[in-house]
Design a protein around this ligand. Structure first.
Ligand SMILES: [Zn+2]
Length: 318
């Protein structure tokens, strides 16, 4: 059986088990945190993450796939401290998260003519030798496109991710904005870059209930990330569940993965507000509410197993 890199080292793909394909542990702006630490306490934040992820493991999840990359505050040392304290596997990513411009660091480090983009070289190093000297290897690549579309910065990051995919065979997750039909831009670029589309998740596809768009994307061979359960403020629970059930009924269970896009800590919102605007946005909502609702809509145990176990395994092993 093929091996998949996790924070604690490689594991058999067959042991990934029930896998949530898009969960963060920490999302934060490290520069803000360093300069305006407020009440940040490293030890209590790590302890909080250990407690929440241990509870998730006890709920039946064996692996989380964490697409936190540059732009979202990736800190492999902090993640390693969390991983050392929890029984579940944490799979980490490399790549870059922007909806528009690149950080200045990359803006003037341009690809040499005919050569690799320096950004792609960094991604490849994270996958082949490990992140920041820790030896912890990224197992997949991440980039983003949102409602601003394929800006020059977004396109350069996406093509660098594609190049790293071609060099390493690591799979790709793309943050998309389905309301703007951005999956079509993603597929065009990925096809130009000869990406294996069966190794791609179109993240946040589940924000959409447009079955024509979703089946068009799935028919390309990509996986649809039905991965924001709990963010009912964007798309209500009923609609998210109904869309997954409808796609299962049409034979698309093999084209979907499930997740929440949740985190233990995210600095995007003032403290205390998430509970008000997204009270069910946590790691266990799928087990507590979504799976029972899918079963009520005639989604079978086989289809659930396909979405939570088989599709994630296939994504990592090809
Ligand atoms: Zn995310």
């Amino acid at each position: 059986m093929a091996l998949v890199e996790t924070v604690r080292g490689p594991v058999d793909a067959g042991s990934l088990g029930t896998t949530l394909m898009h969960e963060h542990v920490f999302i934060l702006n490290e520069e803000v945190r360093e300069n305006y630490p407020g009440d940040w306490n490293e030890t209590s934040r790590v302890d909080d993450a250990v407690a929440k992820l241990t509870a998730l493991y006890d709920r039946g999840c064996q692996t989380i796939v964490d697409p936190t990359v540059l732009g979202l505050g990736r800190d492999i040392h902090r993640i390693r401290r969390v991983a050392d304290g929890v029984p579940l596997n944490i799979v980490v990513a490399t790549g870059l998260y922007t909806y528009n411009d690149l950080p200045f660091y990359f803006k003037y480090r341009l690809p040499r003519s005919g050569g690799l983009d320096p950004m792609a070289e960094m991604f490849i190093g994270d996958i082949t030798t490990g992140i920041a000297g820790t030896g912890v290897k990224a197992a997949f690549l991440k980039c983003a496109i949102d409602d601003e579309g394929l800006t020059p910065g977004v396109e350069r990051a996406m093509r660098a991710v594609c190049r790293a995919h071609r060099e390493t065979a690591a799979p790709i997750t793309v943050h998309t904005h389905p309301a703007s039909l951005t999956g079509r831009d993603v597929l065009r670029v990925l096809r130009e870059e000869s990406v294996d589309l069966s190794r791609v998740v179109l993240g946040h596809s589940g924000d959409s209930a447009d079955l024509d768009y979703l089946t068009e994307m799935a028919d390309s061979g990509c996986l649809l990330g039905m991965d924001r359960f709990g963010i009912d403020v964007i798309t209500p629970f009923e609609q998210r569940v109904q869309t997954v059930a409808a796609l299962c009924a049409r034979g698309y269970a093999g084209s979907m993965v499930l997740s929440h896009d949740a985190s233990c800590y995210i600095d995007w919102f003032p403290s205390g507000t998430i509970g008000k605007f997204a009270p069910r946005w946590n790691y266990e909502h799928i087990f507590d509410d979504v799976l029972p609702a899918l079963r009520e809509r005639d989604v079978t145990e086989d289809q659930i197993e396909t979405m939570l176990v088989a599709n994630p395994r296939r994504y990592f092993t090809g």
